[in-house]
Design a protein around this ligand. Structure first.
Ligand SMILES: [Zn+2]
Length: 187
């Protein structure tokens, strides 16, 4: 079975932590989410297929939880607020690039555990600069934030959020938002 992947929405500034209640209200207003499935986890609503735009031909979307308890169906999880930005990568995350010299960091997976433990900086062996891992250019295949909206069971590149969804989140939280694909985050 392929690893579960998700489409994530997060504030552009990973240090910001808008109120989860206002984020939840945006998702309710646009009908992206419906009934709760568990703590901070929701069934996809009627608006899910309007606000999550699939490239190419629309796949058959499984909207109901499978009887085997699998997470392989469209649903939404809210995460946070974390005290520090949480970095989420995925099974297919490519090598991130240094934001200054654009060199790719070939050994990033060996450094990942230190980054996730918190505090470790990334050293670019090409330009010798140091960065927070949140500053690297992950090319849309990793996300970091203190609050995250996770649209589960979306393959990397398969779908993107509508402009309306991103713009409404930005207007209502006062923070610019962006999206990325990464592995499923189960706390
Ligand atoms: Zn560099």
């Amino acid at each position: 079975m392929a690893p579960l992947t998700s489409l994530f929405l997060a504030p552009v500034d990973p240090r910001s932590a808008p109120e989860l209640a206002s984020i939840q209200q945006v998702l309710l207003d646009l009908e992206v989410i419906a009934r709760p499935l568990g703590p901070q986890t929701y069934a996809a609503g009627e608006g899910f297929s309007r606000q999550v735009v699939y490239a190419g031909c629309s796949p058959y979307l499984v909207m109901q939880p499978p009887s085997d308890g699998s997470l392989q169906f469209c649903h939404v999880a809210l995460h946070g607020p974390f005290a520090l930005p949480r970095l989420v990568t995925g099974p297919n995350t490519p090598k991130p690039r240094c934001p200054a010299c654009r060199a790719s960091l070939a050994d990033w997976r060996t450094q990942l555990q230190d980054w996730l433990a918190g505090g470790a900086e990334v050293h670019c062996g090409t330009c010798q600069r140091k960065w927070s891992p949140h500053r690297l250019d992950w090319r849309g295949h990793a996300v970091s934030g203190r609050v995250l909206v996770e649209l589960r069971n979306v393959f990397p590149g398969e779908a993107t959020p509508s402009d309306k969804l991103i713009n409404t989140l930005s207007e209502r939280t006062g923070e610019a938002w962006r999206y990325a694909w990464a592995g499923c985050l189960v706390d």
